[in-house]
Design a protein around this ligand. Sequence first.
Ligand code: SF4
Length: 351
Amino acid sequence: MYEQGVIRPPSEASSLLIRVTRNCPWNQCLFCPAYKGVKFSKRTVEEVKKDIDSMADELGGTSGVRTAFLQDADSLILPMDDLIAILDHLQEKFPKIDRITTYARARTLSHKSVDDLKRLKQAGLTRIHTGMESGSEKVLQMIKKGMTPEEVVTGGTHVMEAGIELSEYIMPGVAGRALSEEHAIKTAELLNLIRPHFIRVRTFAMHPQSPMQKMVTEGNFVPLTDDEIVIEIRLLVNHLDSMHSYFSCNDFSLNLLMQVDGFLDEKKESMLKELDAYLSLTKRQRQVYTLLHYSGYGRNPLSVVIDQNVLDQVVPEIEKLERSGGEHGFDEYIRRLKTFQLPQPQTDQWC
Ligand code: SF4
């Protein structure tokens, strides 16, 4: 028997999940439902080692396991010696492991020296995933992220200098309408300073139970429409340097244009063209694209929304939503679809 947390990045789907802490030590970000209502605690090295032993007994230490992920939200908050003991034991029991990754908060990373992080790399830590969400101080304060842009840069550059792979997560839409432009530009500025290996896009979706919904009701936050989020992402990409960072929309289905994906130094221009191709569609075509995408349509919908046969089948569905829900009937339907409050419609009936 061993303990595991429920959250890991999509890229760690087949990794061993080693829980070194429980939940999140900060737990205040307004947009994040992940660990609300549960308390943070550190696990002892002995507890974690026992889990690793149980996994090795179950899977066989010489099994083909090649990757592991240390859970939960901020593993680097553990003392250095504890982390190194856990990394050593993990590799002793699973000698074929060649990738060990974890989540860490930027504030925690900013308190680690480059030498500390080099020690962790030496001990086997290969990649850190961290949520910066925004480069704007105003936005970070508004969403209660609990860190400053300076901490984001310090933490990120320390990881890069230590030679550990860095994956920065950003959140288009989370700034709302008032701060959208500042959010895009400041986020690009910080990423240009850090130059991480990966920039992973996690488009914000407002769940009705989210504390941010209260801000909407009180008139302090106006959520962006899908089209406004695409405009924000275009502004961000345009302000990013053509650096060797992998900009990825492809691993998160709430990103409307998942095909905007690739190394910035190779594909920045084609990514901008892809964003422009969407923005140059008619309103109806953009609605069809949006409906197809959030209904789980497998291919890039841009290739079919120009097909009159597809429009003839999907547009009447949109008109029905507008008739029954009024001016915002379609947008409300999409919002509920995105926050998993509705079953996905069958797209194969349309195209
Ligand atoms: S630090 Fe991460 S896990 Fe913790 S509340 Fe914020 S987003 Fe959620």
